[in-house]
Design a protein around this ligand. Structure first.
Ligand SMILES: C[S@@+](CC[C@H](N)C(=O)[O-])C[C@H]1O[C@@H](n2cnc3c(N)ncnc32)[C@H](O)[C@@H]1O
Length: 287
């Protein structure tokens, strides 16, 4: 467990993941009934962009840094507004901070909603506990636990609606298989939940195998709709730094495909390296 997100916070993959995460939370917040967020690989919550780890890679400059300098057309600005309202003031603060998935969830939920933030790394959970925002919020539970065990432990929640965020570090060669096995157990226990799954697009065969396995498995898990999103900021090359990532969303809000079709090409263009950005919005399975 060597992965530390502080090196990558606010990079193009975070912007992509968090812009979509924000749209899902906005959708869930449109009905009065409470919803639950379960974040299996939550990370530290806030990342200091002036710290040596963030400065070493400077990845955030090509991600949230670019987005904050850009002026999106009004329709896209409206779709990105909840995400940017949550992250921009912190990014422009002293020290500049990037809000990770738990911090974003905190901002985009209501008094009746509940959140469970899990991470297997003791220092990461200690960092989360060290932030008053999380420690003092009675809606929040912070748990040091393996993310896939957390799926088993916290699903189903008592709420009918909600979001599971699965954002593993992909340090293990079996991560795609472990992820699919965990989903196979969890989804039938909470078939009404939305599941947001992030993955790197580096090994084309592994990604294709993961997608194909899900297409075969999802009908038996009771999932009729799954969105398949990809965002690239450069051509994918073996052994080069991460240039593309994917999100699969099981049971997405019915509004999300159209929103992603507007947001993602803009993000790809804004964060592209040497003009090579590219985005795809497709259905993995569709009713
Ligand atoms: C990509 S980061 C999470 C970033 C966060 N979701 C966000 O969007 O701000 C992955 C996290 O997984 C944690 N991690 C590593 N192995 C884990 C495991 N087996 N179970 C749960 N968390 C794990 C790492 O400590 C790291 O904080």
């Amino acid at each position: 467990m060597n992965y530390r997100h502080a090196f990558h916070a606010g990079n193009f993959a975070d912007v992509f993941k968090h812009a979509i995460l924000a749209r899902i939370l906005v959708y869930l917040g449109q009905k009065d009934a409470a919803f639950r967020v379960i974040d299996t690989h939550a990370g530290e919550g806030f990342y200091d962009l002036s710290d040596a780890r963030a400065e070493k890679t400077a990845e955030w400059r090509g991600g949230i840094g670019r987005l904050l300098e850009a002026a999106p057309p009004p329709q896209i600005a409206a779709l990105l507004a909840p995400y940017l309202a949550a992250v921009a003031p912190l990014c422009r603060g002293t020290p500049p901070l990037y809000a990770g998935s738990p911090a974003l969830a905190l901002k985009l939920t209501r008094p009746q909603d509940r959140m469970v933030f899990c991470d297997a790394h003791p220092q990461v959970i200690a960092a989360l506990r060290g932030h008053r925002e999380f420690a003092r919020d009675r809606r929040v539970k912070l748990v040091e636990i393996d993310g896939y065990r957390a799926l088993n432990a916290f699903i189903p929640p008592r709420e009918r609606r909600g979001l599971v965020v699965i954002d593993p570090p992909f340090e293990s060669k079996t991560e795609f298989d472990d992820l699919k096995a965990a989903l196979t157990l969890a989804v039938p226990k909470w078939p009404t939940g939305t599941y947001l799954i992030w993955f790197p697009v580096k090994d084309a065969a592994a990604v294709a195998g993961f997608r194909a396995g899900l297409v075969r498995a999802l009908p038996d898990l009771g999932v009729k709709n799954a969105l398949d999103l990809r965002l690239a900021v450069a051509a994918v090359q073996p052994d080069a730094p991460l240039a593309a990532s994917g999100l699969i969303i099981l049971n997405p809000p019915h509004t999300l495909a159209v929103e992603a079709q507007q947001i993602l090409p803009y993000l790809a263009k804004t964060m592209a390296i040497m003009g090579q950005g590219d985005a795809e919005v497709a259905w993995l399975v569709r009713h």
